[in-house]
Design a binder for this molecule. Structure first.
Ligand SMILES: *Cc1c(COP(=O)(O)O)cnc(C)c1O
Length: 328
């Protein structure tokens, strides 16, 4: 294992007082439906609206003084970008987020509002990545990736410690799954203390890179498709160094959901739990509602983020067309 339980405990010490220990709230409707106590981990109320700030903050605080003086760089326009921007600002570290000219203005403004410099380069993600590589090589900035990094995984693992602290007899944990940094950290934290607990990863059918890679026995390329769970899109990296092996070795089960099942999760969060959750954050709810996962004891459903376009959210909870885009 690239990281140990002690790394996650160390991350908890680093993050203490800087980020929220988010609440674990019982869901009366899901408990009644599933016949076991079901709790929601309200991580969408984390600073920046998602858990990604945990890993980002842990990684920034773990940098050497020299690395901190030079700054960090990343390419994400979504939750990882927000997490990096916030983490860097709090630590007084320069942060550059590179993006292509195709990125919509509201996303650029969102990152800038958190205090990061945005550098618009070229018309593709690849050109943005070239600029990242240049900043690393020529100016000595440190690139922090969204999931495949020991300090990022350890930071996300603090969620597992919080779940255990608040529900010591937990039996099943449902975790949204993309690159696997989130579930790898949680699985290591939870299974070290409670080997009998079951950790289940939930992805969307449309472009489940980790699920396909597990099936193939190695990291594989998977076509990225439009989905309501947009924060779960993207590959795991053909040269994946950490998360693939950890997910393979620690995670008990992975499942995938249709777009309608993800939409049902968003609707349930809103109408029954009074929570606004993005598609990627609602897949655990969707999996329980679709009976894709059947919990066998006290269960935690991780709501991982809330950064959804509110026009889209309004359409989904109003019962309109469930799909984010026209092609599914
Ligand atoms: C990034 C993200 C995930 C998935 O995390 P991985 O570490 O890539 O598996 C889940 N939910 C939300 C809201 C995210 O932003």
């Amino acid at each position: 294992m690239p990281i140990t339980h002690a790394d996650i405990v160390a991350a908890r010490e680093r993050l203490a007082g800087r980020l929220r220990h988010t609440p674990l709230a019982p869901s009366l409707s899901l408990s009644a439906r599933c016949g076991v106590p079901v709790h929601l981990k309200l991580e969408h109320h984390q600073v920046t609206g998602s858990f990604k700030v945990r890993g980002a903050t842990n990684a920034v605080l773990a940098l050497s003084d020299d690395q901190k003086a030079k700054g960090i760089v990343g390419v994400s326009t979504g939750n990882h970008g927000r997490g990096l921007a916030h983490a860097a600002k709090e630590a007084g570290v320069r942060c550059i987020i590179c993006m292509s000219s195709l990125v919509p203005a509201n996303k650029v403004e969102g990152i800038e509002a958190l205090g990061a410099e945005v550098r618009i380069v070229g018309a593709s993600q690849d050109e943005a990545q070239d600029e990242v590589d240049r900043l690393v090589a020529d100016e000595g900035l440190t690139m922090l990736p969204p999931f495949d990094h020991p300090d990022i995984i350890a930071g996300q693992g603090t969620l597992g410690l919080e779940m255990l602290a608040d529900l010591p007899d937990l039996d099943t944990v449902l975790v949204p799954l993309s690159g696997g940094g989130l579930i790898a950290g949680i699985a290591l934290a939870v299974k070290t203390a409670r080997p009998s607990a079951r950790v289940v990863g939930v992805s969307m059918e449309r472009g489940a890179a980790m699920v396909e890679s597990l099936r193939a026995g190695k990291p594989v390329f998977v076509q990225e498709l439009a989905t309501l769970a947009d924060s779960l899109g993207g590959g795991i990296g053909l040269r994946n160094a950490h998360t693939f092996a950890m997910v393979r070795d620690l995670v008990d089960q992975t499942v995938t959901l249709t777009e309608d099942e993800i939409a049902a999760g968003i609707r349930h969060a809103y109408w029954r739990e009074i929570e606004i959750v993005e598609g990627s954050g609602a897949v655990g709810l969707g999996a329980l509602l679709a009976d894709t996962v059947r919990p066998t004891g006290p269960t935690v459903v991780l709501l991982s983020g809330r950064n959804i376009d509110m026009t889209l959210h309004h359409r989904i909870v109003s019962g309109g067309r469930a799909h984010a885009y026209g092609d599914s």
